[in-house]
Design a protein around this ligand. Structure first.
Ligand SMILES: [Zn+2]
Length: 250
C-alpha cells in the first residue's frame, strides 16, 4: 500500500533461537526458487504452488503491467469495503487486475462511525488513505449472503461475550439487527439474516458520512458511495437504490 517499501526493510524482527533457525532453513530453500514447493513441506503447499503459477503465467504478461504500477504507483479509482469471507474476494467478483481496486476487508464489511480515538482503527486508516491520499472516486460497501458475522449478530440477539472481539465488532451493526427484528418479526431466520446483511450495509453508508473528508467529497460529487450486495447462491450482484429504498439487481 505504501509508496515507501523501505520502511518494511528497515524493521528487523527479533526471533527466538528456535524460530530463527526455522526461518533460516526456509530462507535457504527460498534461494532455489524451483525447489520451493518440494523443500518446504511445513509451508502451505497450495499457496506456494499457486504463487509459482502466478509468477509463471501472470506476472510476466503485458496486461498485468506490474512494472508500470511499480514505477508510477497505484492510482485505483475504486475503494471496496468487503468481508473477510473467503468466498467474496472483490478482485475475483469484479474481475479486476492489480492496481484497480483498493480493498479493505473486515468481518461483515462494516464501517465504524467517526468516534473517539481509543484503540486502533484499521478500517478507518485504510479509508483515509484511499480517499485522502489515493483520491478514489467511488467507495463500495460490498455485503454478501450468508455472512458469518451477521449470523453471529443475529444469534447473539443483542447480547455479547465481553471476551469476543467478534461480538464487540458486530455491535456496529446492532441498529440493523434491531430494525430487522422489529420489521421482520414473522419472517424466517434466513430472511431476517438477509435483511440484516443488507441493512448493515446502509448503516455503513451512513457511518461513511460521519467523516468530514468523505462527506465533503460526496457533497462536491468528487466521491460517490454505494451499497452493493453479492448473492453467493445466485451469483447475482445487487445495488441499493436510494429512490426505491431497495436492493435491486445490477
Ligand atoms: Zn461476511
Amino acid at each position: 500500500m505504501r509508496d515507501s517499501p523501505e520502511i518494511c526493510e528497515s524493521a528487523p524482527v527479533e526471533l527466538t533461537a528456535t524460530a530463527g533457525e526455522s526461518v533460516r532453513q526456509q530462507g535457504a530453500a527460498l534461494a532455489a526458487p524451483g525447489q520451493i514447493s518440494k523443500q518446504n513441506t511445513n509451508w502451505p503447499q497450495p499457496l506456494i504452488e499457486g504463487f509459482l503459477r502466478f509468477r509463471d503465467n501472470h506476472f510476466p504478461s503485458d496486461d498485468i503491467e506490474y512494472l508500470r504500477l511499480f514505477s508510477e504507483g497505484q492510482k485505483p479509482k475504486f475503494l471496496i469495503i468487503g468481508c473477510c469471507d473467503s468466498r467474496v474476494d472483490p478482485a475475483i467478483i469484479f474481475n479486476c487486475a492489480p492496481g484497480e481496486l483498493f480493498v479493505v476487508r473486515n468481518v461483515a464489511n462494516l464501517v465504524p462511525p467517526n468516534e473517539e480515538r481509543i484503540g486502533h482503527h484499521g478500517t478507518t486508516a485504510a479509508l483515509e488513505y484511499g480517499v485522502c491520499n489515493l483520491g478514489v472516486e467511488h467507495i463500495v460497501v460490498l455485503g454478501h449472503e450468508h455472512c458469518g458475522g451477521i449470523q453471529t449478530l443475529m444469534q447473539t440477539g443483542g447480547t455479547s461475550n465481553p471476551d469476543s472481539f467478534i461480538d464487540d465488532w458486530m455491535k456496529l451493526a446492532e441498529s440493523a439487527r434491531v430494525s430487522v427484528e422489529r420489521d421482520y418479526a414473522d419472517a424466517s431466520l434466513d430472511e431476517r439474516q438477509r435483511a440484516c446483511e443488507q441493512r448493515a450495509i446502509l448503516v455503513s453508508l451512513e457511518n461513511l458520512l460521519t467523516y468530514q473528508w468523505i462527506a465533503q467529497r460526496v457533497a462536491a460529487k468528487t466521491l460517490r458511495i454505494h451499497g452493493w450486495y453479492f448473492d453467493i447462491k445466485q451469483g447475482q450482484l445487487m445495488g441499493y437504490n436510494s429512490t426505491t429504498g431497495q436492493f435491486e439487481p445490477l
